[in-house]
Design a protein around this ligand. Structure first.
Ligand code: NOJ
Length: 548
């Protein structure tokens, strides 16, 4: 069924974060310039030309989002921040970051940084003070509570990293809340002093010139004031680890509380003190709850991340329904976003296969909305093989190999050299086995490689306003179960995107007699005129078609 078209996108000027493409950098794994096997900020600077520069091999992205680079004991690889306003020495220093921002801006690359508002490190001076005595002025900057009369934690909340979300702190006899590791105590956003200090953190980075923030687990920052018990999830996966309390609950009281939107409005008003900055949020709820994070009339996040296609069965009908639901739900002023990979999820190429990863690239870069692509997905990097004694991820260490996020965090593969051009020494996680054949240098020379496909798609998208601002419309076809076809339209210009979600050839017909021509195939080997009432998509092929 074709849904009614949503109202046209915002007229007039569109912001960079609406027309641009964001590229996620996991700094530990991007480029190591100090020879310690761990990536650093200079390693990002050294590869900016690859991201958007003069070089022929340049990818052509508009913004980078860098995962945390703040001082950290690295219990959760930087998502445990010990100082919100400095740089982890492993990664560099403030002067290096200033250079990174300047060098990125010189190449028209915006810089989005991670903001971790739900929890700090237990080594943050605020927490050290907070835990020192019951009457410390910063006691309420974190969430402390007495246990129940039987000595058990204040409520039944669990951590996605295993076990209860509370730890008893014997010196004061109270429990503190940590929805992730015990080393990641939760900040108390109901405490005005903490809120003011954390808003100043935003200003600190905005003043240094960052273009926005990706806000970590932003839907979790406010919990039920009464600390109610979560009900069990009747649909929980029965194979979950015995201590995965979090996985067995419905998260009624620990996240997505109505008053979280007041805090998000505060974030927005700080960003609005500056021009052209973006607020991106990491969150994933059902559509009707998720859409509220855009705020009322747009006073919330600019871009709540939309991870749905990462969890949707990879088949034409499911993908179409997901896109149509989003298009039908968003208010006219709200801008869509799409994400297909991240440092938390299995590699796209391993999830759907190398051939379909090319179709996914075309899908991501032709849908209406801002795409975020994860480093290495442009090479089709697959999940790395991590042996038990190489495991690093705290989630994998606690919940088992199959929950480890290490496989998607292996170092970037720059060339066929001994350490893949990532480092001069062994890297903190092993390189993916395929680094000698799947790397930037090799793929840049190959006219049909995955990297060449990404570069062509990015260039085509950048030069085709219809793809950045045009309306979206599903188009029925004769093979709707196997192929997803949709139209992007802007003024008199129209593109049809036809994606074969199967490994078999598909013959399609559409009741459309207009002149059409192939502008780009995922196989990068055909162009030219075609007919819409009868055409063939080869196995795993996607086409961008211009319709006259
Ligand atoms: C989401 C981040 O993406 C993930 O890597 C981290 O472990 C948790 N939030 C906790 O900060």
């Amino acid at each position: 069924m074709v849904p009614t078209l949503p109202p046209p996108p915002m007229s007039g000027h569109l912001a960079w974060w609406q027309t641009g493409v964001i590229y996620q950098i996991y700094p530990r794994s991007f480029g190591d310039t100090t020879g310690n096997g761990i990536g650093d900020l200079q390693g990002i600077i050294d590869h900016l030309d690859y991201l958007n520069g003069e070089a022929d091999q340049s990818l052509g992205v508009d913004a980078i989002w860098i995962s945390p680079f703040y001082p950290s004991p690295m219990a959760d690889f930087g998502y445990d921040v010990a100082d919100y306003c400095d740089i982890e020495p492993l990664f560099g220093d403030l002067a290096t970051l200033d250079r990174l921002i300047a060098e990125a801006h010189a190449r028209e690359i915006r810089v989005v940084v991670d903001y971790v508002p739900n929890h700090s490190s237990d080594q943050h001076p605020w927490f050290i003070e907070s835990r020192s005595t019951l009457d410390n002025p910063k006691r309420n900057w974190y969430i402390w509570s007495d246990g129940r009369t039987d000595g058990s934690p204040p409520n039944n909340c669990g951590s996605p990293f295993v076990g209860p979300a509370w730890t008893l702190d014997p010196p004061t006899g109270q429990f503190y809340l940590h929805q992730f590791l015990p080393e990641q105590p939760e900040l108390n956003w109901r405490e005005p002093g903490l809120a003011a200090a954390m808003l100043d953190v935003l200003r600190f980075w905005l003043d240094r010139g960052v273009d926005g923030f990706r806000m970590d687990v932003v839907g979790m920052i406010i919990k039920d004031a009464g600390l109610g018990d979560n009900p069990p999830n009747p649909n929980a996966d029965p194979t979950l680890h015995a201590d995965d309390i979090f996985g067995r609950q419905l998260h009624v009281f620990n996240e997505d509380q109505d008053d979280v939107h007041e805090v998000i409005r505060m974030f927005r008003s700080v960003l609005d003190e500056y021009s052209d900055r973006v607020a991106i949020g990491e969150l994933g709820y059902g559509m009707s709850r998720w859409v509220r994070y855009y705020g009322t009339d747009g006073d919330g996040l600019h871009l709540p991340f939309n991870f749905r296609l990462m969890h949707t069965t990879w088949e034409a009908g499911a993908i179409r329904r997901s896109v149509e639901k989003l298009e039908a739900t968003l208010p006219s002023w709200a801008w869509p976003s799409y994400v297909l990979g991240s440092h938390d999820a299995p590699r796209l190429a391993s999830r759907i296969g190398a051939a379909q990863a090319r179709v996914a690239a075309m899908l991501l870069l032709t849908l209406r909305g801002t795409p975020t692509l994860y480093q290495g997905d442009e090479l089709g990097i697959e999940n790395g093989v991590i042996l038990p004694d190489q495991l690093q991820d705290p989630q994998g260490l606690r919940l088992g190999m199959d929950r480890s996020r290490d496989p998607s965090r292996t170092p970037m593969q720059w060339d066929a050299g001994p350490h893949a051009g990532f480092s001069t020494t062994e890297s903190w996680l092993p390189l993916s086995a395929d680094h000698r054949i799947r790397n930037v240098a090799t793929q840049a020379e190959d006219p049909t490689s995955m990297l060449t496909l990404y570069r062509c798609l990015l260039e085509y998208r950048r030069s085709t306003q219809t793809l950045t601002v045009g309306q979206y419309e599903s188009v029925p076809n004769s093979r709707d179960d196997d192929c997803f076809t949709f139209r992007r339209r802007h003024q008199d210009s129209e593109r049809l995107i036809a994606l074969n979600l199967t490994g078999k050839e598909q013959r399609l017909s559409m009741p459309d007699d207009r002149q059409a021509s192939i502008e780009l195939s995922t196989h990068l080997d055909r162009l030219g005129s075609m007919t819409l009432h009868n055409f063939t998509l080869r196995p795993d092929e996607g086409l961008i078609i211009e319709v006259e």
